[in-house]
Design a protein around this ligand. Structure first.
Ligand SMILES: Nc1ncnc2c1ncn2[C@@H]1O[C@H](COP(=O)(O)OP(=O)(O)OP(=O)(O)O)[C@@H](O)[C@H]1O
Length: 499
C-alpha cells in the first residue's frame, strides 16, 4: 500500500497514521508499521496560517510554524530520521521546519533561508520520502548553477538516502557525454544537473527523457533563472510534466524568482526564514580601504596575521585567481585555485584538496561563491570586490555555516567605493574596518613585488604551454609551476606561516 492520502492543498494536516508501506529499500515492501504518512506531520495542528488565500495570482502562501523538536515531528519517516541522526542532524533547522511538512503535503515551495542553513536537506528529505512511498526511476531533477554544487548535492542525496538505496546521477559539463549517457540509461532516481548539459542529453541521448518526472528543484534559484540559463530552463520546463512538484530554494530572492513562480509554480507556499538579503549572525564582517597597488601586500599581511585559519579568497577573473594563487605559492603559502578555465578534473581536484585540508587557501572566482559547503572555512576574503552585490552574500556565506562562526574581509580600493556602498545598503549594515599596521604591510612590498614578477612569468609560460598543446594534462593549475618559489624565498618571508 502506498502512503498517499489524497487531500486538497489547503487541507490542514491530519494526525499521523501508522500503516504498512514500501520503505527501507526503494521498491521493497516493509511491514513494520512504523511509518508516518507523508501527509500527516505530527505537529500539523500547530501550523498557523498567515494568509488564507493561496492562489497563484495572489502570491505564495506564507506559513508560520511553532518549532517542533525533531524530524519525526515534521512527518519524516523513521528510516530517514535514523539517517539524519547518523549524520549528526539532531534537530531540524528553521528552513527544514518550515519547508518539510509543506513539501510532504505535496505543495510547491519557494524556500528562502540564509547561507549554510540546511536548504539542501529541506528539499532532499521530502523527495526521498515520497520516492520511498512511490518508487520510480527518473523521479526528481535538481538544477544547480555550478558543477561542484551538483556533485555536493548528489553526495547529500546519497548520504540521506543511503539506507533506502537511492541512486543519483550528476549530469554536468566538462565530463564525457558518453559515460553520462550510460549512467542515464540505468535510470537513476534523482538527477542533479547543470542546465546546459542536461539539455544536451535531452536533445541527443537516445531513450532519455524526463516525461515521468515528479519533482523539479532549482537550487540557487535566482542564479538559475538569470539570463545565463534562461533559455535552457525554458527548454527544460517544456519537456517535463506540468503536474510535477516544483521547489525553488536560495539565500537571495529576486524578482526573477517571482517571474518563474508565475511561469512554473502551482499554488506555492513561501517558506522564508530570513529577509531577502540577510547575512548570517555569527559572521564577523569587515572591510579594509587600501590603494589598489598594495592589494597583494595587504593580502599577504592578512594571511600572516590570521595564520592557522582556512581561507577562501574570491577574485573577479580566472586570470587574477590563477595569478594570485601563483603569487601566494611563490611566497610559501599552500594555495590552490578553482576557476572556470580549469579542466573539470582539476577543479574537483582543487576542491578536494581544500576540503581534505591539505591546502589551507582556496582562491576562486564566483564559480565557488554559491552553495559550496566546506565547514572548516574560517575566513572569506573578497580580494576583488563582487560587482553584483548579491554575490557578496553568497561569497561570505562560505564561512559561518550551520551555526559556526566565521570572518569575512572585503578589500575596497579607490575604484570600489560605490560597489561597497551598494553592498552595505543591500545587507543593511555598516561594516567595521579590519585593523592593519601599514608599516608592517610596507615591509612586505619588496618580497611581494618579486613574487608578483615570478607569478607573471609563470602565468605567461602556462599560457604558452596551453597554446602549444591543448593537452589538459599540461594545463591550468599546475602546482608544479612553483619552482620559481625558490628564487623568491631567499629569507624568511612570513612572520608566521599559514597552515
Ligand atoms: N538539521 C541539521 N542539523 C545539523 N546540520 C545540518 C542540518 N541540516 C543540514 N545540516 C548541515 O548544514 C550544512 C549546510 O547545509 P546546506 O549546504 O544545505 O546549506 P544551504 O542552506 O543550502 O547553504 P547555501 O545557501 O550556502 O547553499 C551542511 O554541512 C549540512 O550537512
Amino acid at each position: 500500500m502506498l502512503c498517499v492520502r489524497l487531500a486538497g492543498p489547503r487541507d490542514r494536516p491530519a494526525p499521523p497514521r501508522r500503516h504498512n508501506t514500501r520503505c527501507d529499500v526503494i521498491g521493497k515492501r516493509c511491514f513494520s508499521g512504523n511509518h508516518v504518512s507523508r501527509r500527516s506531520p505530527r505537529w500539523g495542528s500547530k501550523v498557523k496560517w498567515k494568509m488564507a488565500a493561496a492562489d497563484a495570482e495572489q502570491g505564495p502562501l506564507e506559513v508560520e510554524a511553532e518549532e517542533p523538536r525533531s524530524f519525526k515531528d515534521l512527518g519524516v519517516t523513521d528510516v530517514l530520521c535514523e539517517t539524519c541522526d547518523q549524520l549528526g542532524w539532531k534537530t531540524p533547522t528553521k528552513i527544514q521546519v518550515e519547508a518539510i511538512p509543506m513539501a510532504l503535503q505535496g505543495r510547491d515551495i519557494i524556500g528562502l533561508a540564509e547561507t549554510g542553513s540546511g536548504k539542501t536537506g529541506a528539499f532532499a528529505l521530502p523527495i526521498l520520502q515520497t520516492l520511498l512511498e512511490t518508487p520510480q526511476r527518473l523521479f526528481a531533477l535538481v538544477l544547480t548553477p555550478t558543477r561542484e554544487l551538483a556533485f555536493q548535492i548528489s553526495e547529500q542525496f546519497e548520504a540521506l538516502g543511503s539506507s533506502i538505496g537511492v541512486q543519483s546521477a550528476v549530469i554536468v559539463g566538462g565530463i564525457d557525454m558518453m559515460a553520462q549517457a550510460l549512467t542515464l540509461a540505468k535510470k537513476p532516481h534523482v538527477i542533479i544537473a547543470t542546465p546546459g548539459r542536461l539539455i544536451d542529453h535531452l536533445e541527443n541521448t537516445k531513450g532519455f527523457n524526463l516525461r515521468a518526472l515528479k519533482y523539479l528543484v532549482m537550487d540557487e534559484a535566482d542564479r538559475i533563472l538569470n539570463m545565463d540559463f534562461e533559455t535552457e530552463v525554458d527548454k527544460i520546463l517544456k519537456v517535463i510534466p506540468r503536474d510535477r512538484k516544483t521547489f525553488l530554494f536560495s539565500a537571495t530572492m529576486t524578482k526573477k524568482v517571482q517571474k518563474l513562480q508565475r511561469a512554473a509554480l502551482k499554488n506555492p507556499v513561501k517558506c522564508a526564514v530570513s529577509s531577502k538579503y540577510q547575512t548570517v549572525e555569527k559572521l564577523q564582517q569587515h572591510y579594509i580601504f587600501i590603494p589598489s597597488r598594495f592589494k597583494d601586500s595587504y593580502l599577504v599581511y592578512i594571511l600572516n596575521e590570521l595564520a592557522g585559519n582556512s581561507f577562501m579568497i574570491f577574485c573577479s577573473t580566472c586570470n587574477n585567481t590563477q595569478r594570485t594563487a601563483l603569487l601566494l605559492r611563490n611566497l610559501g603559502f599552500t594555495a590552490i585555485s578553482l576557476h572556470g578555465q580549469m579542466s573539470q578534473n582539476k577543479r574537483l581536484g582543487s576542491l578536494n584538496k581544500f576540503k581534505a585540508k591539505s591546502r589551507s587557501i582556496l582562491l576562486a572566482t564566483d564559480v565557488a561563491s554559491r552553495g559550496l559547503d566546506v565547514p572548516h572555512v574560517d575566513v572569506v576574503i573578497n580580494f576583488d570586490i563582487p560587482t553584483h552585490s548579491k554575490d557578496y552574500i553568497h561569497r561570505v556565506g562560505r564561512t559561518a555555516r550551520a551555526g559556526r562562526s566565521g570572518k569575512s574581509i572585503t578589500f575596497v580600493t579607490q575604484y570600489d567605493v560605490e560597489l561597497f556602498q551598494r553592498i552595505e545598503h543591500l545587507i543593511g549594515k555598516k561594516l567595521p574596518v579590519f585593523p592593519t599596521q601599514e608599516e608592517e604591510v610596507m615591509m612586505l612590498t619588496e618580497r611581494v613585488a618579486e613574487a608578483q614578477r615570478c607569478a607573471r612569468m609563470e602565468l605567461r609560460e602556462q599560457g604558452e604551454r596551453k597554446k602549444r598543446s591543448r593537452d589538459e594534462a599540461n594545463d591550468d593549475d599546475t602546482e608544479g609551476a612553483t619552482g620559481v618559489r625558490k628564487k623568491v624565498a631567499g629569507g624568511k618571508m612570513k612572520k608566521r606561516k599559514a597552515r
